[in-house]
Write a protein that binds this ligand. Sequence first.
Ligand code: FUL
Length: 620
Amino acid sequence: MAKTTIATVMSVAFATFITFGCNPVPPSPYGPTPTAAQLEWQKMEYYMFVHFGPNTFTDVEWGDGREDPSVFNPSELDCRQWAATASAAGMKGIIITAKHHDGFCLWPSRFSTHTVRESPWRDGRGDVLRELSDACREYGLKFGVYLSPWDQNHPAYGTPEYNTVFANTLDEVLSSYGEVFEQWFDGACGEGPNGKRQEYHWPLFHKSVHTRQPQAVIFSDVGPGCRWIGNERGFAGETNWSRLDTAGFAPGHGSPALDTLNCGNVHGQAWVPGEVDVSIRPGWFYSPSTDMQVKPLFALLDIYYKSVGRNANLLLNVPADRRGRIHPSDSARLVELRRVLDATFADNLTRGASVTASSTRGKGYEAARVVDGDYDAYWAAADGVCQASLTIVLPRTAQANRLVLQEYIPLGQRVAQFSVEYFLDGEWQPLAMGTTIGYKRILRFATITTDRLRINILRSLACPALNGVGLYFTQAEPDAQSAESANMAAAPAAWRVVTSKVDGAAILDGDPATMALLPFGEPLTIDMGGRDTLYGLGYLPAHDMQAPNVSRYSISASDDGHNWRMVVEGGRFDNIRNNPVAQRIEFASPVTARYIRLEAVETAVESSNRYAVAGIAPLK
Ligand code: FUL
């Protein structure tokens, strides 16, 4: 017995010697780590969202489920053109709004009577999911589906039975079109205080995804596969942990605070990386009124750097138009973006560099691994070393203005603070500071000329493990201008705000940076300076998701400022909380009057005693 024990101890000691003496063991994972599917998903980085459905034809952001299915009739639907565009743009997949909040199904679902089957398109025999999934396969793209739990059409919505309907709907989609890489659950619900209430049975929905598509990453405000980034403007937090505490939270109203979604939780219990969803146009659905408002190149580049460059994936929405094709304004912009990104990241200046580290755990984990281009080869410091520096000597002196850092996330996310220096005139100069790295962090800075860099990991939750350091130089990038100010024109010079004690100039200048807060219950009254004919009004909300922007309203008109007639009753600005962009109110028929009045009926922030107006102007 004693002999066996000694022998065992000796053999363990010998094995340990072999392990540590010759082949250092890999660092232990720290905290939660990605599943294989989440890792694959993260490597996709950039893919397309396509919003398409009855809203494309009715020019609204949220259909109400009562639209006539005959409005859905694309004249030249061509999913291969979508796939060709996505592929040319360097995107890795497409997620389609299979069912938006109006409940309309882009496939002939057995669980709904509001579908393509009820539309005139392809004589009711069409199936957008079939055409798109086939096109994705043909172009080597992954296919994903958005299905809104909120359904304003299905008669069972608001009853427990709806949960079974929705699970059946999921089963149907997830078993009919081949592999699905991501299942997108929208948390939005605009039912309002007196609307229907549905308790969603999330475990049932997740079971359906896990059973039919075990590799699919499930998106929602709180994952479990990936999480909403907390805004629809296209940016992740500068600090962005792929970890999140989800216990006690649910998608939609029960989700964590927006800044938590934006930054994650440093010690979060679950691996729920961020996904940035943003539209290339002001709205999510195609509208001819936004053909001139496709985001400019500099804005898309900024989005790229604030999403992919901040440890998040980018889901860029490119809505299909009424023909069922991607509009040339959007596809041209996507190609421009691709061209700039390709040019920027074509030549990695760290290729062939020599790299040293202040600490390394030994053979197999050398500093040079950060420049070898192999995803699974990484540098790691010794256990317990949570501060370490990498010095990178470039093969030649070069100009640079972009730095890409990558952590080896199969071991978890570890780095919490870092700085970067470059060598100039015989001294190290500060270049940048940062917090998290994660799967990918891209830093932009004014052009430097140098032959060496130093990356200092200042704080790490466990020994750092980096698998990539890239340095690049880009020459020409468009300058940033204010994209938002293009959203709305100033009001005509003759317009005056009549409502007392309100900063009229802030409202009439059309500048999104200036706004007025009005007492709830007091309408915004405008004197147009004389009788005029209006076709509609534009409302510019405050550019802040926490602002009490108007979400429901009415409009009335008057000739004398005393007797009012209703022009729009029960109007709703769809999705204004998440996407506070300029809104259009089109009147059913032209209105000729001297005074016009906007009354806030509800704001995007619950029980606010004020409402915000950044601009109001006549629709052209
Ligand atoms: C939101 C929805 O309400 C919008 O219409 C859009 O689909 C966006 C991606 O998600 O929650």
